[in-house]
Ligand binder design. Structure first.
Ligand code: NAP
Ligand code: G4F
Length: 321
């Protein structure tokens, strides 16, 4: 089996590549051209995969890639994935996260409609939530240009499934984290900040809205759900979530507590990190995935927080030695 992963240098792309390699897949990773290569998350598997330059902004590069390698499965994980950037770069975010999906689907339609497709949709599409918990039938109300672009990406995936009979799947994934999470996302910002404070490298952590609530899971569990969707006879849409919700403050408290620190002495709020429109509460209902995909979690919230703090402590302690 050959799989193409866009966004292979990202958090999810790297975990998915790890998992597919273990299953015996041949992996083609799509990377965009950069003056300096940043393959930190896939350095350990670089010799076992094939990296090819192409860009979500460039239709022909995607067609050529799919034509040359003819993958059986395509996982479209590449995106401008940071919500605050989407207010500063709304047009670019739309190009990547909305029209980019159409470019991927057009390439599949042109080359071979039997290629199975996974689209990385997001719980940000629920935004100002219309019900709690959110499931596949909950109406969308996105609150950022990122969320709006992802709604487009979701519906174009559904549309190509219905119009051309493509095995096109939309995974509506709630927040998922890991030691490989980007440093600007709140979980990693917190665990990295805790490690720096514990090691005496910093004395403060500036955050935005501590009241926002998220349904946080472990990325390693979520990439398994992506693969499971593509192994089903019928394509579909699936919410992937833990079903639990916790505030940013809960995360902070647990992360500082894990290294015996009282967060109230270190955390300050900074209006720079407060968003023009917030998603106050996310909590997913993954019943469909549990029933149809037999998908299950292996890491709970507390284990996730501790895993991330421990990983940052170890990384920083080694770096300062
Ligand atoms: P991430 O760590 O930010 O990775 C994003 C990836 O997209 C990187 O490999 C990046 O490449 C690539 N990329 C960006 N623009 C590109 C372009 N124009 N052409 C080619 N590649 C491009 O994101 P993630 O957390 O792994 O998330 C993966 C996907 O799931 C994203 O679509 C995200 O929106 C979605 N999602 C994530 C979550 C979550 O909680 N993590 C939840 C729901 C949905 P560079 O290395 O070159 O920057
Ligand atoms: O970690 P975040 O930046 O993630 P956000 O906005 O929920 O988006 C992530 O999850 C989505 C799935 O729901 C993905 F689609 C998306 O690609 C991305 O992976 O922020 C989480 C919460 C927000 O409510 C934010 O306002 O944390 C709050 N927050 C508080 N202080 C902060 C901060 N967020 C960041 N990034 N930095 C802060 O200092």
């Amino acid at each position: 089996m050959r799989a193409l992963i866009t966004g292979i240098t990202g958090q999810d792309g790297s975990y998915l590549a790890d998992m597919l390699l273990e299953k015996g897949y041949e992996i083609i990773g799509m990377v965009r051209r950069s003056s300096t290569e940043s393959f930190e998350r896939i350095n350990h598997i670089k010799d076992a995969i094939t990296l090819i330059q192409a860009d979500l902004l460039d239709q022909l590069s995607i067609v050529n890639l799919i034509e040359e390698f003819r993958p059986a499965e395509v996982y479209n994980l590449a995106a401008q994935s940071f919500v605050p950037t989407s207010w500063n770069q709304p047009v670019l975010t739309g190009e990547f996260d909305a029209i980019g999906v159409t470019r991927m689907l057009e390439a599949i339609k042109l080359v071979d409609k039997k290629i199975r497709f996974y689209q990385a949709s997001s719980s940000e599409m629920f935004g100002k939530v219309q019900e709690v918990p959110q499931s596949e039938t909950t109406p969308f109300h996105p609150r950022s240009p990122y969320g709006v672009a992802k709604v487009y990406g979701h519906w174009i995936t559904v549309n190509y499934r219905e119009s051309y009979n493509i095995h096109a799947n939309s995974g509506i994934l709630f927040n998922h984290e890991s030691p490989r999470r980007g440093l600007e996302f709140v979980t990693r910002k917190i665990t990295h900040g805790v490690a720096r404070i514990k090691l005496g490298l910093a004395d403060q952590l500036a955050l935005g809205n501590l009241d926002a609530k998220r349904d946080w899971g472990f990325a390693g569990d979520y990439v398994r759900a992506m693969w499971l969707m593509l192994q089903q006879d019928k394509p579909g849409d699936y919410v992937i979530a833990t079903g639990e919700t916790h505030s940013v403050e809960d995360f902070v408290k647990l992360a500082f507590g894990h290294v015996d620190l009282d967060y109230r002495q270190y955390v300050v709020t900074d209006p720079r990190f407060v968003r023009p429109a917030e998603v106050d509460l996310l909590q997913g209902d993954a019943s469909r995935a549990r029933k149809n995909l037999k998908w299950e979690l292996t890491v709970d919230f507390e284990q996730l927080v501790k895993m991330m703090v421990d990983a940052d402590l170890e990384r920083l302690a080694t770096a300062v030695k």
